[in-house]
Write a protein that binds this ligand. Structure first.
Ligand SMILES: [Zn+2]
Length: 162
């Protein structure tokens, strides 16, 4: 949580509210239970959401920071101090629900795992990659993405005291 200290004043105190501790515990437990249920890390999940959507309170509270708790998107680094009620801690997302449903639900009309998976094919929310590959960035508007990150980085440097 302290990683979001530049943006989130609540991350700069040792008196972390119980609700925040509960959210962090929920995040870690959900991730580890995901492993226990057979889900590996999904390093591609965080590429599914538009970067600027992470500044929206409505979006992040509803969809989280990434479609999967199995991603390694630690905290919301994109949110800025003026982004009120934005979510900083990741949560379970549509990929997790889809993967558990696909892995554990009996689908009598499907004759193979591939037939079971048809509903998720082609939907970016359900893409999976065990290791991060930056090829995906090339498919996006890389220059726009990098300029946006540079803008956020400079804003955060300007917030530093002294
Ligand atoms: Zn893990």
């Amino acid at each position: 949580m302290i990683e979001a200290g530049a943006q989130n004043p609540a991350a700069r105190t040792l008196n972390t509210p119980e609700a925040e501790i509960g959210e962090m515990m929920r995040m870690v437990i959900a991730h580890e239970v995901g492993h226990a249920l057979g889900l590996p890390h999904n390093m591609k999940a965080s590429s599914a959401y538009a970067t600027d959507s992470l500044r929206s309170a409505e979006f992040t509270q509803k969809y989280g920071l990434t479609p999967s708790i199995m991603d390694y998107a630690r905290v919301n680094y994109v949110a800025q101090p003026e982004d009120e009620n934005v979510r900083y801690i990741r949560m379970m997302g549509p990929y997790d629900l889809y993967a558990i449903n696909w892995g554990y639900r009996y689908i009598p009309e499907a004759n193979s795992p591939i037939e079971e998976n048809v509903s998720g094919c082609g939907t970016k929310l359900y893409h999976f990659l065990l290791f991060p590959l930056y090829v995906d960035l090339i498919q996006k508007d890389l220059l726009h993405f990098l300029l946006y990150l540079l803008h956020i980085l400079l804003q955060n440097i300007l917030r530093l005291p002294g």
